[in-house]
Design a protein around this ligand. Sequence first.
Ligand code: FE2
Ligand code: FE2
Ligand code: FE2
Ligand code: FE2
Length: 399
Amino acid sequence: MTFNPLQERGIPLDRQLRNWRELNVAPIDPDRADPYTRCRIITMNGIEIESIMFSHHFARRCPDLEVRQRLAEVRYIEAQQQKAVNWLLPGLASVLETTLAYEQVAVDLTAWVARMEPDPYLKQAYQFGVLEDFDHLYRYANLYEMIEHRKAEKIVDQLTEVMPGRPTKMHHRHPVDNVREHYDRETAQAISKLHALTVMSAEQQTMNFYMNVGPMYMEPIARQLYQEIGLIEEEHVTHYESLLDPSESWWEQWLNHEYNECYLYHSFMETESDPRIRAIWELHLNMELEHLRIAADMFRQHDGRDPEQSVPRELPKPVTFEPNKEYLRELLATQIDYTTLGTGYVQEAHERFQRWQEQLMGGEEPPSERVIAENRAKSGEEYRLETEGTHPLYSLRTH
Ligand SMILES: [Fe+2]
Ligand SMILES: [Fe+2]
Ligand SMILES: [Fe+2]
Ligand SMILES: [Fe+2]
């Protein structure tokens, strides 16, 4: 079954406005919901926030009043979509529980993208990044056990393992080494552009989330851990955004954004386990088809090209949340000691890396190390969820 979003008809823009009653979505039940439903909600919130912020940046650079008005009209609908999506999250969850879900998204979304990405350089970028968010999950899970006396499997279930990845303290690189080379908009496959936009949006929302919620805890170790990981999410946004070709015109970027929204709502409509939530993905897909039509018209008018030169004629295979345990174990076994040098990857700590580390650490252990030591002291042992056996690396096993 093929689906060409450029040929489908959506809901006319003047019929997309929702009233308070329609916006007032019932949240998911935190104890019964599929963890991957929560992951899809978080992903789409990141996508909608990116679409809103992109549209604002575009409007700020655009002198044409009519275009600015059109952007404002579509953007208001994106803002309603963002409310409807993010308000599916239950008010009952603690900040730390939502944090664990954000890192689960980063792990299973990035791992899936890495598996599907056809371009080897881009694939390497996702493989590199996923081992870091995998470690963040482990650090936050230990904080969760220590201060909320609960186990992370309450959130991630048995779907995602929790154990050390590339140690968080090794993620603090010189900023120059976080900038990758970008794909070429002329030769890159369409799926590669969509992957880059998706992962960049997810990491950006994680960065924004930690910047804002980090100081909401009283415990010094919690405040400090959010600072440390928040700085790494800044590195991750730099890493992933640098993959996108900066010479795409504003019109082309708008087209790619709307197309990606269609792709993801369609993906989640196909893979959603909760029928009530599936209806929301379907409704939003029908809105996005109209946004895409508008962006495609603008692209034809202002860039003078055919939209099918930039986006695929047929939606790629749906983005799927599913366990990636074996894939991650294989990456742990082979890439854990990687770091970056310039736009490439190396296995040894180089001078620029070491200088940055010394200045940042100031002769102390970082919060990400202390949280494990403190939880061991408090709970008797550190928290892990190893469903497929011991850690693939002997040195990272609990002895
Ligand atoms: Fe949207
Ligand atoms: Fe992370
Ligand atoms: Fe990240
Ligand atoms: Fe949209």
